[in-house]
Design a protein around this ligand. Sequence first.
Ligand code: G6P
Length: 370
Amino acid sequence: AAAEKGGWSSFMAKEVAEQPEAVANTIRGRIQGDQVVIPELDGMDELFLGINRIIITACGTAAYSALVGKYAIEQWARIPVDVELAHEFRYRDPVIGDDTLVVSISQSGETMDTLMAVKYASERGARTLSICNTQGATIPRESDAVVYTHAGPEVAVASTKAFSAQITALLLLGLHMGRVRGTVQDASVDVAELGALPEKIAKVLESEQEHVTQLAGWMADTRSVLFLGRHVGFPIALEGALKLKEISYIHAEGFAAGELKHGPIALIEPGQPVFVLVPSPRHSALVHSKVVSNIQEIRARGARVIVVAEEGDAAVLPFADEVIRIPLAGAMFEPLLAVVPLQIFAMALATAKGLDVDQPRNLAKSVTVE
Ligand code: G6P
Protein backbone atom coordinates (compact mmCIF):
# COMPACT_ATOMS: atom_id res chain seq x y z
CA ALA A 1 0.00 0.00 0.00
CA ALA A 2 2.87 2.38 0.79
CA ALA A 3 4.13 1.96 -2.78
CA GLU A 4 0.65 2.59 -4.20
CA LYS A 5 0.53 5.87 -2.31
CA GLY A 6 3.63 6.94 -4.24
CA GLY A 7 5.27 8.59 -1.27
CA TRP A 8 2.13 10.37 -0.06
CA SER A 9 1.00 9.98 3.56
CA SER A 10 -2.47 8.88 2.44
CA PHE A 11 -4.44 8.14 -0.69
CA MET A 12 -6.47 11.23 0.02
CA ALA A 13 -3.34 13.43 0.04
CA LYS A 14 -2.29 11.84 -3.24
CA GLU A 15 -5.72 12.28 -4.80
CA VAL A 16 -6.02 15.92 -3.70
CA ALA A 17 -2.64 16.54 -5.35
CA GLU A 18 -3.75 14.78 -8.52
CA GLN A 19 -6.58 17.22 -9.18
CA PRO A 20 -4.81 19.25 -11.86
CA GLU A 21 -4.35 16.05 -13.89
CA ALA A 22 -7.88 14.82 -13.13
CA VAL A 23 -9.30 18.04 -14.57
CA ALA A 24 -6.90 18.15 -17.53
CA ASN A 25 -7.63 14.52 -18.42
CA THR A 26 -11.38 15.12 -18.24
CA ILE A 27 -11.11 18.07 -20.63
CA ARG A 28 -8.74 16.33 -23.07
CA GLY A 29 -10.25 15.47 -26.44
CA ARG A 30 -13.37 17.53 -25.74
CA ILE A 31 -12.26 20.89 -27.12
CA GLN A 32 -12.31 21.67 -30.83
CA GLY A 33 -10.93 25.09 -31.64
CA ASP A 34 -12.75 27.41 -29.29
CA GLN A 35 -15.77 25.15 -28.82
CA VAL A 36 -16.60 22.30 -26.49
CA VAL A 37 -17.45 19.17 -28.44
CA ILE A 38 -17.90 15.97 -26.43
CA PRO A 39 -17.42 13.19 -29.02
CA GLU A 40 -19.44 10.69 -26.92
CA LEU A 41 -22.50 12.92 -27.37
CA ASP A 42 -22.27 12.96 -31.12
CA GLY A 43 -25.72 12.15 -32.45
CA MET A 44 -27.57 13.61 -29.46
CA ASP A 45 -28.13 17.10 -30.88
CA GLU A 46 -31.79 16.43 -31.54
CA LEU A 47 -32.29 15.27 -27.98
CA PHE A 48 -30.57 18.36 -26.56
CA LEU A 49 -32.77 20.56 -28.75
CA GLY A 50 -35.95 18.73 -27.77
CA ILE A 51 -35.72 18.46 -23.98
CA ASN A 52 -37.48 20.92 -21.70
CA ARG A 53 -35.95 19.86 -18.47
CA ILE A 54 -32.92 18.23 -16.89
CA ILE A 55 -32.84 16.38 -13.60
CA ILE A 56 -29.43 15.61 -12.17
CA THR A 57 -29.46 12.79 -9.69
CA ALA A 58 -26.66 11.55 -7.42
CA CYS A 59 -25.67 10.91 -3.81
CA GLY A 60 -23.06 12.41 -1.52
CA THR A 61 -20.26 14.45 -3.01
CA ALA A 62 -21.50 13.72 -6.53
CA ALA A 63 -24.79 15.47 -5.64
CA TYR A 64 -22.85 18.59 -4.67
CA SER A 65 -21.05 18.59 -8.01
CA ALA A 66 -24.55 18.38 -9.52
CA LEU A 67 -25.53 21.62 -7.78
CA VAL A 68 -22.62 23.42 -9.43
CA GLY A 69 -23.74 21.85 -12.72
CA LYS A 70 -27.21 23.31 -12.28
CA TYR A 71 -25.85 26.86 -12.28
CA ALA A 72 -23.63 26.22 -15.29
CA ILE A 73 -26.13 24.32 -17.45
CA GLU A 74 -28.94 26.80 -16.79
CA GLN A 75 -26.68 29.71 -17.62
CA TRP A 76 -25.17 28.24 -20.76
CA ALA A 77 -27.79 25.91 -22.20
CA ARG A 78 -30.88 27.75 -20.86
CA ILE A 79 -32.62 24.54 -19.77
CA PRO A 80 -34.21 24.31 -16.31
CA VAL A 81 -32.20 21.95 -14.11
CA ASP A 82 -33.28 20.30 -10.89
CA VAL A 83 -30.91 18.42 -8.65
CA GLU A 84 -32.41 15.46 -6.83
CA LEU A 85 -30.82 13.12 -4.36
CA ALA A 86 -31.24 9.70 -5.99
CA HIS A 87 -32.94 8.16 -2.95
CA GLU A 88 -35.51 10.97 -2.84
CA PHE A 89 -36.14 11.02 -6.58
CA ARG A 90 -36.70 7.28 -6.68
CA TYR A 91 -39.29 7.07 -3.95
CA ARG A 92 -41.70 9.79 -4.89
CA ASP A 93 -43.73 10.22 -8.04
CA PRO A 94 -41.62 12.61 -10.11
CA VAL A 95 -43.06 14.30 -13.16
CA ILE A 96 -40.79 13.03 -15.92
CA GLY A 97 -41.22 11.88 -19.48
CA ASP A 98 -39.57 11.94 -22.86
CA ASP A 99 -38.97 15.69 -22.60
CA THR A 100 -36.74 15.07 -19.58
CA LEU A 101 -33.05 14.25 -19.56
CA VAL A 102 -31.94 12.57 -16.36
CA VAL A 103 -28.22 13.01 -15.77
CA SER A 104 -26.73 10.77 -13.13
CA ILE A 105 -23.36 11.36 -11.52
CA SER A 106 -21.36 8.65 -9.79
CA GLN A 107 -17.68 8.12 -9.18
CA SER A 108 -18.03 4.37 -8.79
CA GLY A 109 -20.94 3.85 -11.14
CA GLU A 110 -22.25 1.32 -8.64
CA THR A 111 -24.14 3.33 -6.00
CA MET A 112 -27.39 1.41 -5.66
CA ASP A 113 -29.64 4.40 -5.00
CA THR A 114 -28.30 6.20 -8.07
CA LEU A 115 -28.59 3.08 -10.20
CA MET A 116 -32.21 2.58 -9.14
CA ALA A 117 -32.98 6.23 -9.93
CA VAL A 118 -31.57 5.79 -13.44
CA LYS A 119 -33.57 2.60 -14.05
CA TYR A 120 -36.69 4.27 -12.71
CA ALA A 121 -36.18 7.28 -15.01
CA SER A 122 -35.72 5.00 -18.04
CA GLU A 123 -38.88 3.08 -17.21
CA ARG A 124 -40.75 6.38 -17.09
CA GLY A 125 -39.59 7.28 -20.58
CA ALA A 126 -36.85 9.78 -19.73
CA ARG A 127 -33.52 9.77 -21.55
CA THR A 128 -30.52 9.08 -19.35
CA LEU A 129 -26.94 10.29 -19.42
CA SER A 130 -24.34 9.11 -16.94
CA ILE A 131 -21.27 11.01 -15.73
CA CYS A 132 -19.03 8.34 -14.28
CA ASN A 133 -15.42 7.75 -13.30
CA THR A 134 -15.38 3.97 -13.74
CA GLN A 135 -15.27 2.49 -17.23
CA GLY A 136 -17.96 -0.11 -17.84
CA ALA A 137 -19.64 0.26 -14.44
CA THR A 138 -23.31 -0.62 -14.00
CA ILE A 139 -24.76 2.92 -14.08
CA PRO A 140 -23.18 3.87 -17.44
CA ARG A 141 -24.25 0.50 -18.84
CA GLU A 142 -27.84 1.24 -17.84
CA SER A 143 -27.76 4.74 -19.37
CA ASP A 144 -28.42 5.93 -22.92
CA ALA A 145 -25.14 7.86 -23.01
CA VAL A 146 -22.07 8.31 -20.85
CA VAL A 147 -19.51 11.05 -20.37
CA TYR A 148 -16.59 9.61 -18.43
CA THR A 149 -14.60 11.64 -15.98
CA HIS A 150 -10.93 10.75 -16.18
CA ALA A 151 -9.83 11.30 -12.61
CA GLY A 152 -8.19 7.88 -12.42
CA PRO A 153 -8.95 5.41 -9.62
CA GLU A 154 -10.02 7.07 -6.39
CA VAL A 155 -9.22 5.03 -3.29
CA ALA A 156 -9.81 7.31 -0.30
CA VAL A 157 -13.41 7.13 0.93
CA ALA A 158 -13.78 10.91 0.91
CA SER A 159 -14.07 11.97 -2.71
CA THR A 160 -11.79 14.76 -3.93
CA LYS A 161 -10.36 14.44 -7.44
CA ALA A 162 -13.53 12.70 -8.66
CA PHE A 163 -15.53 15.73 -7.44
CA SER A 164 -13.33 18.11 -9.43
CA ALA A 165 -13.61 15.89 -12.48
CA GLN A 166 -17.41 15.74 -12.07
CA ILE A 167 -17.69 19.52 -12.00
CA THR A 168 -15.41 19.70 -15.03
CA ALA A 169 -17.61 17.22 -16.92
CA LEU A 170 -20.72 19.24 -16.04
CA LEU A 171 -19.10 22.47 -17.27
CA LEU A 172 -18.21 20.68 -20.50
CA LEU A 173 -21.75 19.34 -20.80
CA GLY A 174 -23.21 22.82 -20.24
CA LEU A 175 -20.99 24.35 -22.93
CA HIS A 176 -21.62 21.44 -25.30
CA MET A 177 -25.39 21.77 -24.94
CA GLY A 178 -25.16 25.55 -25.13
CA ARG A 179 -23.37 25.24 -28.49
CA VAL A 180 -25.92 22.76 -29.83
CA ARG A 181 -28.87 24.87 -28.65
CA GLY A 182 -27.34 28.10 -29.94
CA THR A 183 -27.43 29.71 -26.49
CA VAL A 184 -23.63 29.93 -26.33
CA GLN A 185 -22.44 31.87 -29.36
CA ASP A 186 -18.85 32.34 -28.38
CA ALA A 187 -17.25 29.91 -25.96
CA SER A 188 -13.69 31.13 -26.44
CA VAL A 189 -13.42 32.77 -23.02
CA ASP A 190 -14.86 29.71 -21.27
CA VAL A 191 -12.65 27.34 -23.23
CA ALA A 192 -9.63 29.41 -22.18
CA GLU A 193 -10.87 29.24 -18.56
CA LEU A 194 -11.11 25.46 -18.80
CA GLY A 195 -7.60 25.22 -20.20
CA ALA A 196 -6.19 27.37 -17.41
CA LEU A 197 -7.82 25.38 -14.60
CA PRO A 198 -5.17 22.69 -14.04
CA GLU A 199 -2.43 25.26 -13.53
CA LYS A 200 -4.59 27.36 -11.22
CA ILE A 201 -5.50 24.33 -9.11
CA ALA A 202 -1.80 23.48 -8.89
CA LYS A 203 -1.18 27.03 -7.74
CA VAL A 204 -3.71 26.75 -4.91
CA LEU A 205 -2.15 23.44 -3.84
CA GLU A 206 1.27 25.04 -3.80
CA SER A 207 0.47 28.36 -2.19
CA GLU A 208 -2.11 27.36 0.45
CA GLN A 209 -1.10 23.85 1.55
CA GLU A 210 1.12 25.01 4.39
CA HIS A 211 -1.11 27.85 5.54
CA VAL A 212 -4.26 25.72 5.65
CA THR A 213 -2.47 22.80 7.30
CA GLN A 214 -1.21 25.12 10.02
CA LEU A 215 -4.69 26.55 10.47
CA ALA A 216 -6.14 23.05 10.88
CA GLY A 217 -3.42 22.23 13.41
CA TRP A 218 -4.49 25.20 15.56
CA MET A 219 -8.10 24.08 15.30
CA ALA A 220 -7.64 20.43 16.27
CA ASP A 221 -9.94 20.87 19.31
CA THR A 222 -12.73 22.61 17.39
CA ARG A 223 -16.16 21.04 17.92
CA SER A 224 -18.09 22.70 15.13
CA VAL A 225 -17.32 24.50 11.89
CA LEU A 226 -19.73 26.35 9.61
CA PHE A 227 -19.34 27.03 5.90
CA LEU A 228 -21.13 29.80 4.00
CA GLY A 229 -21.37 30.40 0.28
CA ARG A 230 -23.58 31.99 -2.33
CA HIS A 231 -24.24 31.08 -5.96
CA VAL A 232 -21.78 28.29 -6.92
CA GLY A 233 -20.04 28.90 -3.59
CA PHE A 234 -23.09 27.39 -1.88
CA PRO A 235 -22.47 23.81 -3.08
CA ILE A 236 -18.81 24.26 -2.21
CA ALA A 237 -19.83 25.22 1.34
CA LEU A 238 -21.85 22.00 1.49
CA GLU A 239 -18.91 19.99 0.19
CA GLY A 240 -16.45 21.63 2.62
CA ALA A 241 -18.72 20.66 5.50
CA LEU A 242 -19.16 17.12 4.19
CA LYS A 243 -15.40 16.58 3.92
CA LEU A 244 -14.97 17.68 7.51
CA LYS A 245 -17.76 15.46 8.82
CA GLU A 246 -16.57 12.46 6.86
CA ILE A 247 -12.96 12.34 7.92
CA SER A 248 -12.52 14.49 11.02
CA TYR A 249 -15.85 13.67 12.77
CA ILE A 250 -16.40 17.32 13.55
CA HIS A 251 -19.88 18.74 13.39
CA ALA A 252 -20.00 20.85 10.25
CA GLU A 253 -22.78 22.51 8.29
CA GLY A 254 -22.81 24.31 5.00
CA PHE A 255 -25.31 27.10 4.38
CA ALA A 256 -26.36 29.42 1.62
CA ALA A 257 -25.12 32.73 3.00
CA GLY A 258 -28.50 34.33 2.32
CA GLU A 259 -30.11 31.88 4.75
CA LEU A 260 -28.01 33.16 7.66
CA LYS A 261 -30.65 35.51 8.94
CA HIS A 262 -33.32 32.81 8.68
CA GLY A 263 -31.72 30.61 11.29
CA PRO A 264 -28.04 29.75 11.18
CA ILE A 265 -26.95 33.10 12.59
CA ALA A 266 -28.40 31.95 15.92
CA LEU A 267 -25.53 29.46 16.04
CA ILE A 268 -22.88 32.15 16.01
CA GLU A 269 -21.23 32.69 19.34
CA PRO A 270 -17.80 34.09 20.13
CA GLY A 271 -15.07 31.91 18.67
CA GLN A 272 -17.30 29.92 16.29
CA PRO A 273 -15.16 29.18 13.21
CA VAL A 274 -16.90 30.03 9.93
CA PHE A 275 -15.46 29.54 6.46
CA VAL A 276 -16.87 32.00 3.97
CA LEU A 277 -16.48 31.45 0.24
CA VAL A 278 -16.30 34.90 -1.28
CA PRO A 279 -17.19 35.13 -4.97
CA SER A 280 -15.14 37.45 -7.11
CA PRO A 281 -16.43 41.04 -7.25
CA ARG A 282 -15.61 40.90 -10.98
CA HIS A 283 -18.46 38.41 -11.51
CA SER A 284 -21.04 40.38 -9.61
CA ALA A 285 -20.34 43.38 -7.42
CA LEU A 286 -23.79 42.85 -5.90
CA VAL A 287 -23.31 39.22 -4.87
CA HIS A 288 -19.82 40.03 -3.59
CA SER A 289 -21.14 42.90 -1.47
CA LYS A 290 -23.88 40.64 -0.06
CA VAL A 291 -21.26 38.14 1.05
CA VAL A 292 -19.12 40.87 2.57
CA SER A 293 -22.11 42.04 4.61
CA ASN A 294 -22.76 38.44 5.70
CA ILE A 295 -19.17 38.38 6.94
CA GLN A 296 -19.74 41.62 8.87
CA GLU A 297 -22.88 40.17 10.47
CA ILE A 298 -21.14 37.06 11.77
CA ARG A 299 -17.98 38.95 12.74
CA ALA A 300 -20.08 41.33 14.83
CA ARG A 301 -21.29 38.29 16.79
CA GLY A 302 -17.80 37.05 17.45
CA ALA A 303 -17.33 34.46 14.72
CA ARG A 304 -13.81 33.50 13.78
CA VAL A 305 -13.95 34.20 10.06
CA ILE A 306 -11.83 32.31 7.56
CA VAL A 307 -12.41 33.61 4.07
CA VAL A 308 -11.58 32.02 0.76
CA ALA A 309 -11.29 34.91 -1.67
CA GLU A 310 -9.60 35.71 -4.94
CA GLU A 311 -6.20 37.36 -4.99
CA GLY A 312 -6.44 41.10 -4.63
CA ASP A 313 -9.92 41.19 -3.05
CA ALA A 314 -9.19 43.69 -0.29
CA ALA A 315 -12.80 44.24 0.79
CA VAL A 316 -12.65 41.11 2.96
CA LEU A 317 -9.49 42.07 4.83
CA PRO A 318 -10.98 44.23 7.61
CA PHE A 319 -13.37 41.45 8.71
CA ALA A 320 -11.35 38.27 8.26
CA ASP A 321 -9.25 36.44 10.80
CA GLU A 322 -7.67 34.35 8.08
CA VAL A 323 -7.58 34.85 4.33
CA ILE A 324 -7.06 31.96 1.95
CA ARG A 325 -6.30 33.13 -1.57
CA ILE A 326 -7.30 31.59 -4.88
CA PRO A 327 -6.35 32.77 -8.38
CA LEU A 328 -8.78 34.77 -10.51
CA ALA A 329 -11.19 32.63 -12.49
CA GLY A 330 -14.56 32.90 -14.21
CA ALA A 331 -17.67 32.50 -12.06
CA MET A 332 -18.36 28.87 -13.01
CA PHE A 333 -14.73 27.88 -12.65
CA GLU A 334 -14.10 29.31 -9.18
CA PRO A 335 -15.59 26.28 -7.34
CA LEU A 336 -12.77 24.11 -8.66
CA LEU A 337 -10.28 26.40 -6.96
CA ALA A 338 -12.23 27.19 -3.78
CA VAL A 339 -12.85 23.55 -2.88
CA VAL A 340 -9.13 22.72 -2.71
CA PRO A 341 -8.30 24.52 0.56
CA LEU A 342 -11.42 22.99 2.14
CA GLN A 343 -10.23 19.50 1.21
CA ILE A 344 -6.77 20.25 2.60
CA PHE A 345 -8.33 21.64 5.77
CA ALA A 346 -10.42 18.52 6.42
CA MET A 347 -7.46 16.27 5.71
CA ALA A 348 -5.08 18.24 7.93
CA LEU A 349 -7.59 18.43 10.75
CA ALA A 350 -8.23 14.68 10.66
CA THR A 351 -4.49 14.10 10.63
CA ALA A 352 -4.01 16.47 13.57
CA LYS A 353 -6.60 14.40 15.46
CA GLY A 354 -4.67 11.23 14.63
CA LEU A 355 -7.42 9.78 12.44
CA ASP A 356 -7.12 7.55 9.38
CA VAL A 357 -8.11 9.92 6.58
CA ASP A 358 -8.50 7.19 3.98
CA GLN A 359 -10.76 4.88 5.97
CA PRO A 360 -13.15 6.92 8.10
CA ARG A 361 -15.36 5.01 10.50
CA ASN A 362 -18.82 3.85 9.37
CA LEU A 363 -18.33 4.87 5.73
CA ALA A 364 -17.81 2.89 2.55
CA LYS A 365 -16.29 4.07 -0.72
CA SER A 366 -19.19 2.72 -2.67
CA VAL A 367 -22.62 2.07 -1.21
CA THR A 368 -24.10 -0.82 -3.17
CA VAL A 369 -27.13 -1.38 -0.94
CA GLU A 370 -30.34 0.64 -0.91
C1 G6P B 1 -20.28 7.09 -0.69
C2 G6P B 1 -18.90 7.70 -0.63
C3 G6P B 1 -18.97 9.18 -1.04
C4 G6P B 1 -19.61 9.33 -2.40
C5 G6P B 1 -20.99 8.65 -2.45
C6 G6P B 1 -21.49 8.55 -3.87
O1 G6P B 1 -21.07 7.61 0.32
O2 G6P B 1 -18.36 7.59 0.67
O3 G6P B 1 -17.65 9.72 -1.09
O4 G6P B 1 -19.75 10.70 -2.70
O5 G6P B 1 -20.91 7.32 -1.95
O6 G6P B 1 -20.65 7.67 -4.56
P1 G6P B 1 -20.58 7.58 -6.12
O7 G6P B 1 -19.61 6.45 -6.40
O8 G6P B 1 -21.96 7.26 -6.61
O9 G6P B 1 -20.10 8.89 -6.64
